[in-house]
Design a protein around this ligand. Structure first.
Ligand code: DCP
Ligand code: MG
Length: 358
């Protein structure tokens, strides 16, 4: 079997948690994010509101009946997108193999990760701790040998929970797992399976494959595999990268070039580690720095890397870019970033590989 080390991360009551962070006065009160007028629906709500039965996708009018004191806030998508980008910044400290499912949800393949002695559970806990400390949000994580079980795991101890399933625990875990936990098994499929005698994956395992194929077609085979805890789907980094970068927001603004130089050194060390993981697939053609000033104005400076890109890591060259970027406003700096623009090394191979992806 193809065991990997997969982490599935899912933020807790995502939009609502971001709103509570932005406005701590809301903490402890039932709130929702969504449309509040006419035919508005709830996008999500915090856990206080869930106690009243308020749920995602529910009409807001219904939510108000269940919980009259519910505050329904307008969604602020730019804020959620920025937060999502910050999640990914943290994920990339551990792996480049990341598949986003939505703004608040992603699979990470940490099979090759070297941090935390390669312990996926410790990596998941570090990610959760970093998100809590740096972004004041909680996420739940599932750690398992494949995507299916990792996703089940992130839901297992939600909110603010982590659940690990080691390969040796898979067989006994799935035996008791309700079929409704399988992604794609809604109430209709669950009812059909119940008629066949299966409410748990263990019972589903006992149904002959021919029966499943007859009832569910191709999906029958898939159901059988999942019931056995098998899932060979790789974590798919969907896009071809155009760049790689590391950035940091400082709690105290950087006020002089010495402070910026020290900060830049750390960023470059991290950039080197990260680029190292993908350098077989990409070569750098430009280097850049990004500066955000205390007035939130932002600027980048970039230059072509001489030669074939092999010697991209020249701290002096980055520092020169940083100095010119800073001189554009010469103000305190709240965020500093450094990165590389990339070209794929094997364009043909990428497209050929795509042909064999199922
Ligand atoms: N969302 C939405 N409409 C839905 C479901 C979700 O707009 N029907 C949005 C709002 C959520 C975000 O997507 O905050 C993430 O969805 P999740 O299903 O992960 O739900 P939450 O993160 O809000 O809560 P949970 O703690 O259950 O993960
Ligand atoms: Mg979520």
């Amino acid at each position: 079997m193809n065991w990997r080390k997969i982490i599935h991360v899912d933020a807790d009551s995502f939009y609502a948690s971001v709103e509570m962070r932005e406005n701590p006065g809301l903490i402890g009160q039932p709130i929702a994010v969504g449309g509040s007028t006419g035919r508005g629906v709830i996008a999500t709500c915090n856990y206080e509101a869930r106690k009243y039965g308020v749920r995602s996708a529910m009409p807001s009018s219904r939510a108000r009946q269940l919980c009259p004191q519910l505050q329904i806030l307008k969604p602020r998508f730019p804020l959620y997108r920025e937060t999502s980008r910050q999640f990914h910044e943290i994920f990339r400290r551990y792996t480049e193999v990341i598949e986003p499912l939505s703004l608040d949800e992603a699979y990470l393949d940490v099979s090759e990760a070297t941090a935390c002695q390669g312990s996926a559970t410790l990596i998941a806990e570090e990610i959760r701790a970093s998100i809590k400390e740096e972004l004041q949000l909680t996420v739940s994580a599932g750690v398992a040998p494949n995507k299916f079980l990792a996703k089940v795991g992130s839901d297992w101890n939600k909110p603010d929970g982590c659940f690990t399933l080691a390969p040796g625990q898979v067989a006994s875990f799935v035996r008791e797992l309700p079929v409704s936990r399988i992604n794609g098994v809604g109430s209709v499929t669950a009812a059909k399976l119940e008629k066949l005698g299966a409410t748990t994956c263990g019972e589903l395992q006992a149904i002959p494959l021919e029966t499943l194929a007859r009832r569910f077609g191709k999906y029958g085979l898939r159901l059988s595999q999942l019931a056995h805890g098998e899932d060979n789907r790789p974590v798919q980094t969907s896009r071809i990268r155009k760049s790689i970068s590391v950035e940091n927001t400082y709690s105290d603004d950087l006020v002089d070039i010495d402070a910026m130089r020290t900060a830049l050194e750390k960023i470059l060390a991290e950039l080197e580690t990260r680029f190292h993981r993908i350098e077989e697939q990409y070569h750098p053609n430009k280097r850049f720095v990004k500066v955000k000033f205390d007035n939130f104005n932002q600027t980048t400076m970039e230059e072509v890397i001489p030669g074939n890109g092999e010697h991209w890591l020249q701290p002096g060259a980055y520092l020169a870019l940083l100095e010119s970027a800073w001189q554009r406003q010469s103000r305190p700096v709240r965020l500093l970033g450094a990165g590389l623009r990339l070209n794929p090394r094997h364009e043909v191979r990428e497209s050929q590989l795509a042909l064999f992806d199922n």
